[in-house]
Design a protein around this ligand. Structure first.
Ligand code: MGD
Ligand code: MGD
Ligand code: SF4
Ligand code: MO
Length: 826
C-alpha cells in the first residue's frame, strides 16, 4: 500500500512538472524556474484532468433516450440519463449505461478493410486487410459508376435497420433518385413491427406507431406488447408504469400474452392466449361493448331511435344507426360481430368467456381506456386483421386524439437542405430504364402490393435471380445474415454479391463483406434523431461526439456523402454542395431559429449544448366527439370534417373504418393470399393464422430487457446479468412448461433439440410452470456466430435458424411468432 502511494505521488509529481514546464513556457520561461509552486497549483486544479459532459442519444434500442456522457482525460467513463430530455427524464434502462462497451469494444474494426479471401462462409476467415479511406471510397464509387454506365444502376441496393433522421436516413431517398435505383433504401421495418402500423393505416389512415397519453389513461388493455421489457420507448414506459400505478385513480392494466413475462407479472390481470388468436379476443370484447351498450356515443354515434338493437345473433336494419366518426359499423355488426360472442372466442383463444366479459366490461366502462399492441398479435399471417380488431376497440371507447388516449407523433421544425436534389438530376436519374425496374424485395409489386418494404425477401429473391441479381449491396445498421427469418438463405445469397458493410463491429453480415467502411459508434457521432413516438409533440435530439473517434472510422452519413461526391455528373455536384453531415444539421437547425424550443434551443449551437429541441404543444384534441385545433392558448378552434380528414383520420371516408377502404382496394389480392372473400376483405374480422411447420408446439423468441436486438450481443456485462435468467455463454435456455417437458422425457437442465422444417437448434431445458404448456420460449439475441468474442460464445440456439420466412400478406411483417416445432432430448 505504501509503495503504491509513493508511486502515485511520484507519478503525479512528474506529471505536475510537465504541466509546470508547459505553463512556464507560456509565461516566458519564468514559471519553470520558480520550482514547486506551479506544480501544486496544477495539482489543485485538475489532478486527473477535466471532466466534460456531452449530450448524446442512446442507440441500444429505438427508444432514443437522451444521455449525459461523462468524459475525463479523453476517456468516457459514465453515462447517465439526461434530466433535460423528456424521454429519459434523467433515467436509463439497464442497457443505457453500457455504451462504453460499444465504444471500447476490442473487436471493433479499426478502420476501412478489404476482403482478401474470395470464398465466403461461416467458417471462412474473410482475410480482412486495412486500406485507406480513399481506396475504400474510390473502390465503392468506381463500382457504382461502372454499374450506372452499363445501365444497371438498379442492381445496387442499400439496406438499413436503424436510421437516424436528417443526418443519414434523410439522405437515402435522394441518393437512390439521383443515382437511379429503386433499392435505396430498403428498411428493415418488415422484420420489425410493420403489423401494428398497417392495422392503423387500414382503420384510421395513419401508417405509423402511436403516441399515448399514459399520464391520463385509466385503463390499458395490452395485447402482446412487452411494456416492461421491450415495446417502445422502453425506459419511458417504465417511468410511466410507475406513474400509472401510483396515480389516483390507479390505471388498471390487463395483459394478454402467451407466456409469463415481467409485464404479465405486474399487471392486474394476466390472460394467456393461444398464439395468433388475439383478433378473436378483441372481436368478442367489441361484441360485449356493443351488446351491453358501453360504446362512446359522442364519438361512435347512436341508434336513430331509442331502441338498443345490438343483440347477439341479430342483424340491425340499414339506416338504424347514425355513425359519427366511424364508418361501416352496421355492416361490421351484421356480417361479423353479431356472432363473435365470448363463448365463441373462448373456443378459439382458450381464454374463458368469463374473463373476456370481465375485461370487456372494465375496458368499456373505464374512461379513458386504450388498447395497445405490438409484435405479439401481429407477427402472424393474420396480424393486420388482428391489429385492426384491437385498434377498433380504441374507436369504440372514443380514445382517438382524446385526453388519456392515443394520437400520432408530430415531426420537428427542421429547415431545408442547402440544395434541392431535383435540380441535380441527369437524364438517367430522370428517365433511365431503372425506373421500370421493381425493387429487389418486390415491395409494391403484384407480389407484395400492400407493403412498403419486404427486406426479408431481398436475399431469397437475389438467390433466385427474380426479379434480377444484385451486383452490390450496402448494409447500414442491419445484419440480416443473423436477424432475418431463415438467415441461412442470406448466407447463400450474399456469396456472389459485392457486399459493403458499415458496421463498427464484426457482425455476421460483415463477415460476408468485400469492403468494410466502419461507422463511428454512437458516442463518437454528430447525429440528429427525431423522437420515437411518445407524447405526440415534436422533439428532435442530437448526438454530440463525446470523444474523438477512437479508431480510423467515419460517420456513415459522411461516408454516403463522400461516395455521392465521387459519382460522375450532377449527382457528384449535389453531394459537393451537401458537403457533410455537419452542414446538413446546421441547415436543419435553421428551422429552430423561427420556432425555438421550449428549452430555449434556437440554433445549431444551442441544440448541441442542450442536446434536444422540443415543443410541448400537441396541435389537436378530440373532446366529446368534436375535434379541436390549438390556437396558441388552448384547443379552441373546432375543426371541420374535411380538416379532420386532411390532418388526422386520413382514411378514404375521413372516419375510422370498420370496413377498410384501404383493404378493399386490394380485395382480390387479399382473397388470393388469405382466403378472405373479396367482398368481405375490408371488414375488421376473424381470420385464422397459417402456422408454419408441422410441430405440436408454438415457438416464440421475445426480447428481454438486457437484449438490444441483435447488436447488443457482445456486451459481457449484459450477458453476465442475463446468464442466470435466460442463459448466455454456452447455456442458452429453452423455457418449457414442466408438463410438456416431462411428457417428452425431458428433465430440467437437459440438453434439448428444437426442430422445425428448416432444421434444428439446441438449448438447455428450463422448467417454466408459468408459460402456456403449448408454447416454447427462447429469447432473441442468442446464437451469434460472429459479432465479437463474447457474442460468439452464446451458442447453441439462434431462434432465427428455425424460423421460416413467411409474412403477413398485408403488412409484410415477417411472422417470427408463427412457427410450430417439436422438442426432444438431445
Ligand atoms: N429490451 C429491449 N427492448 C426493445 C428491443 C430490444 O431489442 N430489447 N427492441 C425494440 C424493437 S426493434 C421492437 S420491434 C420492440 C418490440 O416490442 P414488443 O413487440 O413488445 O416485443 P417482442 O418481444 O417482440 O414481443 C412481445 C410479446 O409478444 C408475445 N407473443 C408472441 N406471440 C403472441 C401472440 O400470438 N399473442 C400475444 N398476445 N402475444 C404474443 C411474446 O411472448 C412477447 O412477450 O421492442 C423494442 N424494445
Ligand atoms: N428470431 C427473431 N428474430 C428477430 C426478432 C425476434 O424477435 N426473433 N426481432 C426482429 C426485430 S423486431 C428487429 S427490429 C430486427 C433487428 O435486426 P437488424 O436490423 O439486423 O438489427 P440488429 O440486430 O440490431 O443489427 C444491427 C447491426 O448493426 C451493427 N451496428 C451496431 N452499431 C452500429 C453503428 O453504430 N453503426 C452501424 N453502421 N452499424 C452498427 C451491428 O453490428 C449489427 O450487425 O430483428 C428481427 N429479428
Ligand atoms: S430504453 Fe433504449 S434508448 Fe433508452 S436507455 Fe434503454 S436501451 Fe437506451
Ligand atoms: Mo424491431
Amino acid at each position: 500500500m505504501k509503495v503504491l502511494q509513493t508511486l502515485m505521488t511520484r507519478r503525479r509529481f512528474l506529471k505536475g512538472s510537465a504541466v509546470a514546464g508547459a505553463s512556464g513556457a507560456a509565461a516566458g520561461g519564468l514559471g519553470g524556474l520558480t520550482g514547486l509552486a506551479p506544480v501544486a497549483e496544477a495539482q489543485a486544479q485538475s489532478p486527473r484532468g477535466e471532466t466534460k459532459i456531452t449530450k448524446n442519444i442512446c442507440a441500444q434500442c429505438p427508444a432514443r433516450c437522451g444521455i449525459d456522457v461523462y468524459t475525463t482525460n479523453g476517456r468516457v467513463h459514465a453515462i447517465y440519463g439526461d434530466t433535460g430530455n423528456p424521454i429519459a427524464n434523467g433515467k436509463l434502462c439497464p442497457k443505457g449505461h453500457l455504451g462504453t462497451y460499444f465504444l471500447y469494444d476490442p473487436d471493433r474494426f479499426k478502420g476501412p478493410m478489404k476482403r482478401t479471401n474470395p470464398r465466403k462462409g461461416r467458417n471462412e476467415d474473410p482475410g480482412f486487410v486495412p486500406i485507406s479511406w480513399d481506396e475504400a471510397l474510390d473502390t465503392i464509387a468506381g463500382r457504382l459508376n461502372r454499374l450506372r454506365e452499363a445501365g444497371e444502376s438498379h442492381r445496387f441496393a442499400h439496406f438499413y435497420g436503424r436510421g437516424w433522421g436528417a443526418s443519414d436516413a434523410g439522405l437515402y431517398g435522394d441518393f437512390g433518385r439521383l443515382y437511379g435505383t429503386p433499392n435505396s433504401a430498403i428498411g428493415h421495418a418488415s422484420m420489425c413491427a410493420e403489423g401494428s402500423k398497417r392495422a392503423k393505416q387500414a382503420t384510421d389512415g395513419n401508417n405509423s406507431y402511436n403516441a399515448y397519453d399514459y399520464r391520463n389513461v385509466n385503463y390499458i388493455l395490452n395485447f402482446g406488447a412487452s411494456f416492461l421489457e421491450a415495446f417502445r420507448p422502453y425506459n419511458y414506459l417504465m417511468q410511466m408504469w410507475g406513474h400509472m400505478r401510483s396515480k389516483s385513480p390507479q390505471t388498471r392494466i390487463t395483459t394478454v400474452d402467451v407466456r409469463m413475462n415481467p409485464t404479465m407479472a405486474a399487471s392486474d390481470r394476466a390472460l394467456y392466449i393461444k398464439p395468433a388468436t388475439d383478433g378473436a379476443m378483441a372481436l368478442a370484447i367489441a361484441h360485449v361493448i356493443l351488446t351491453e351498450g358501453l360504446w362512446e356515443r359522442e364519438f361512435v354515434g347512436d341508434f336513430v331511435d331509442p331502441e338498443m338493437r345490438f343483440r347477439t345473433g341479430q342483424t340491425i336494419p340499414a339506416g338504424s344507426f347514425a355513425e359519427k366518426w366511424v364508418h361501416g359499423l352496421t355492416e361490421w355488426w351484421n356480417e361479423e360481430l353479431k356472432d363473435r360472442t365470448p363463448e365463441w372466442a373462448e373456443s378459439v383463444t382458450s381464454i374463458s368467456a368469463r374473463d373476456i366479459v370481465r375485461t370487456a366490461r372494465e375496458f368499456g366502462t373505464t374512461r379513458p381506456a386504450i388498447a395497445i399492441m405490438e409484435r405479439g398479435p401481429t407477427a402472424h399471417t393474420n396480424g393486420t386483421y388482428a391489429g385492426m380488431a384491437i385498434h377498433a376497440l380504441n374507436a369504440l371507447v372514443g380514445s382517438l386524439w382524446a385526453e388519456g388516449g392515443m394520437f400520432y407523433q408530430m415531426g420537428p421544425s427542421y429547415g431545408g437542405l442547402p440544395v434541392n436534389a431535383a435540380d441535380y438530376m441527369d437524364d438517367w436519374a430522370r428517365n433511365g430504364a431503372w425506373k421500370s425496374q421493381p425493387r429487389i424485395d418486390k415491395a409494391g409489386t403484384a407480389e407484395w402490393p400492400m407493403s412498403g418494404t419486404m427486406m426479408q425477401e431481398a436475399g431469397p429473391n437475389h438467390l433466385k435471380g427474380d426479379p434480377y441479381k444484385l451486383d452490390t449491396a450496402m448494409f447500414f445498421y442491419t445484419n440480416p445474415i443473423w436477424s432475418a427469418p431463415n438467415p441461412q438463405v442470406w448466407e447463400e445469397a450474399l456469396k456472389d454479391v459485392f457486399v459493403i458493410d458499415t458496421s463498427p463491429f464484426p457482425g455476421e453480415t460483415a463477415m460476408y463483406a468485400d469492403i468494410v467502411v466502419p461507422d463511428h459508434t454512437y458516442l463518437e457521432r454528430l447525429q440528429d434523431s427525431p423522437t420515437y413516438p411518445f407524447e405526440g409533440w415534436p422533439m428532435a435530439a442530437l448526438r454530440v461526439p463525446a470523444v474523438d473517434p477512437v479508431y480510423d472510422t467515419k460517420h456513415f452519413g459522411d461516408t454516403l456523402i463522400e461516395i455521392g461526391k465521387r459519382i460522375k455528373g450532377p449527382m457528384g455536384e449535389y453531394y459537393k454542395a451537401i458537403d457533410s453531415v455537419e452542414n446538413v444539421l446546421r441547415h436543419r437547425a435553421k428551422g429552430f431559429e423561427t420556432d425555438p424550443g421550449d428549452n430555449g434551443v434556437n440554433s445549431f449551437e444551442s441544440w448541441k449544448e442542450k442536446g434536444v429541441w422540443y415543443k410541448k404543444r400537441y396541435l389537436w384534441q378530440q373532446r366529446r366527439g368534436e375535434f379541436y385545433e390549438w390556437d396558441g392558448r388552448g384547443y379552441n378552434v373546432r375543426m371541420s370534417p374535411d380538416e379532420v380528414k386532411a390532418k388526422l383520420i386520413k382514411t378514404p371516408t375521413g372516419k375510422f373504418e370498420f370496413k377498410s377502404g384501404f383493404l378493399e382496394k386490394h380485395a382480390d389480392y387479399i382473397e388470393r393470399t388469405l382466403g378472405v372473400p373479396a367482398a368481405r376483405a375490408g371488414l375488421v374480422q376473424w381470420v385464422e393464422a397459417r402456422h408454419t411447420g408441422q410441430g405440436d408446439l408454438y415457438f416464440v423468441s421475445p426480447k428481454t430487457p438486457l437484449h438490444a436486438e441483435g447488436r447488443g450481443g457482445n456486451i459481457p456485462h449484459a450477458i453476465a446479468n442475463q446468464q442466470p435468467i435466460v442463459g448466455g455463454r454456452k447455456t442458452v435456455y429453452l423455457e418449457i412448461h414442466p408438463d410438456t417437458a416431462r411428457a417428452r422425457g425431458i428433465r430440467n437442465g437437459d440438453k434439448v433439440r428444437i426442430k422445425s422444417n428448416l432444421g434444428s437448434i439446441e438449448a438447455y431445458c428450463r422448467y417454466m410452470p408459468a408459460h402456456r404448456p403449448d408454447t416454447l420460449v427462447l429469447p432473441m439475441e442468442h446464437g451469434h456466430w460472429a459479432q465479437g468474442r463474447w457474442a460468439k460464445g452464446r451458442l447453441p440456439g439462434h431462434s432465427g435458424d428455425i424460423t421460416e420466412n413467411v409474412s403477413d400478406p398485408i403488412s409484410g411483417l415477417a411472422c417470427y411468432y408463427t412457427g410450430k416445432v417439436t422438442v426432444e432430448r438431445a
